[in-house]
Design a protein around this ligand. Structure first.
Ligand code: GDP
Ligand code: IMO
Ligand code: MG
Length: 427
């Protein structure tokens, strides 16, 4: 079945956008299945850099259907802005389809995101502040506002009134904020509704029909395994399911409709925001990786925490998503490193641990056990054939494969579409 789920295997920013864009050249549809504009996916095409937050990374191919699935939380103002930018750059958005079941991020979600973070003090998650968590909270609380409601002024008025009654109580009594005004939000959002109406539809039926017709469909994960609400480093996670199973929940396909799972893995590790990161390098080597890789967040501009590759994390990601192969990215960023380290296990209270622990206290004590390898110290940037990679680079790739038991089907050595080594056909 020519369907592929592309997931992040680490803490996000692995290069999912680049890999999805690369694969999208052959695809009939690309479907985002969770998250919202907390995601920042960079796609470089024809020399132009596109920073995508909500538009699926297939949008640069005219004719590709781009679905925003039901488990995506959508800030309509951000989506409209992104659509406008895409059109201004000569692109088109006529292939966009938004699920009528997707939830809408409201102004009180963004406000509460910030207030909740502030009230947590040094226990803050370090969220992107985009209202993601509060919007998913409302979905689970069964008071969220979906596109189906937004499209119907009467339902929307009813839903908004109920929400403002509840939210204004919390905003004024708990946080000492001013109450939000119904008319202002209602009119603002009705304006968005009119602009987005042509794109809103029953996407689950559309996606299932494409799968049945044998079309090539990509499912684009945002965030990553270690930010998954269940499998990540809880509570330092996002509020959705980035793992492969999220593609089923987030678009309405059955598990048998997934043909292949590609796990995007950066050749080293980064994390943005708070939470455990056993292989973090808080030293000159970490700084060298950050500068070589320009590791600053696409969405918030924050410097990313950098560290060595953690194969415990990769093995875990392979397991929980059933990853068939890796797309190993940013290998070129390591070109000048004299030595490299791969973490194969942790030592916790004197014991060797090879499974990712659930308990944050254990993780805080985890000392990485490393294998050291010589670097290659020459340029891999832009190469397109695996055999052309320097021997030590191939050794690094093959060692990762051996430790994780998962093949690197794609090796990426540059941000551009063409700077990609493909070792097996994907569709
Ligand atoms: P995403 O959130 O997983 O889509 O990743 P981001 O776009 O946030 O961050 C990945 C960054 O790496 C982007 O700037 C990409 O353009 C860039 N990138 C992706 N693959 C490669 C690669 O193989 N080499 C280099 N040098 N950059 C890459
Ligand atoms: P892409 O798709 C990296 C992190 C935030 C924070 C935590 C929760 O570009 O890989 P949230 O705003 O989701 O409630 O924040 O998750 N985070 C990301 N980190 N890449 C992302 O997306 C992220 N999206 C959220 O920094 O630690
Ligand atoms: Mg990103």
């Amino acid at each position: 079945m020519p369907t592929i789920v592309v997931i992040g295997t680490q803490w996000g920013d692995e290069g999912k956008g680049k890999i999805v864009d690369y694969l999208a050249e052959q695809a009939d549809a690309v479907c985002r299945y969770q998250g919202g504009n907390n995601a920042g996916h960079t796609v470089i095409a024809a020399g132009k850099v596109h920073k995508l937050h909500l538009l699926p990374s297939g949008i640069l191919y005219p004719g590709c259907i781009c679905v925003i699935g039901n488990d995506v939380v959508v800030d309509p103002a951000v989506l409209l802005q992104e659509m406008a930018e895409m059109k201004a750059q000569g692109g088109e958005v006529s292939g966009l389809r938004i699920s009528s079941r997707a939830h809408v991020i409201m102004p009180y979600h963004r406000l509460l995101d910030k207030l909740i973070e502030q009230s947590k003090g040094d226990k803050k998650v370090g969220t992107t502040g985009r209202g993601i968590g509060p919007c998913y909270e409302d979905k689970i609380r069964r008071v969220g506002i979906r596109f189906a409601s937004l499209m119907d002024p009467e339902s929307f008025a009813e839903d908004l009134r109920l929400n403002l009654r509840m939210k204004n109580e919390v905003l004024t009594k708990v946080y000492g904020e001013s109450p939000l005004d119904f008319d202002q939000i209602y009119n603002e959002y009705l304006g968005y509704a009119e602009q987005l109406r042509p794109y809103v539809t029953e996407t689950s039926r559309l996606v299932n029909q494409m799968v049945r017709d044998g079309k090539k469909v990509l499912f684009e994960g945002a965030q990553a395994t270690m930010l998954d609400i269940d499998f990540g480093t809880y509570p330092y996670v996002t509020s959705s399911h980035p793992i492969a199973a999220g593609a089923c929940i987030g678009t309405g396909i059955g598990p048998h409709s997934i043909g292949k799972v590609v796990g995007v893995a950066k050749a080293y590790s980064t994390r943005v925001g708070e939470g455990p990161f056993p292989t973090e390098l808080r030293d000159a080597t970490g700084d060298a990786i950050r500068e070589a890789g320009h590791e600053y967040g696409v969405t918030t501009g924050r410097p990313r925490r950098c560290g060595w590759l953690d194969a415990v994390v990769l093995r875990y990601a392979v397991e929980v998503s059933g990853v068939d192969c890796f797309a190993l990215t940013r290998v070129d960023i390591l070109d000048q490193m004299p030595t490299l380290k791969i973490c194969t296990a942790y030592r916790i209270d004197g014991k060797v641990v090879t499974d990712y622990p659930a308990n944050l206290r254990d993780l805080a004590k985890a000392e990485p056990i490393y294998e050291e390898m010589p670097g290659w110290q020459c340029k891999t940037f832009g190469l397109t054939h695996y055999e052309d990679l320097p021997e030590n680079c191939r050794r690094y790739v093959e060692r990762i494969e051996a430790i994780t038991g998962c093949r690197a089907g794609i090796v990426s050595v540059g941000p551009d579409r063409h700077q990609t080594i493909v070792r097996e056909s994907m569709f």
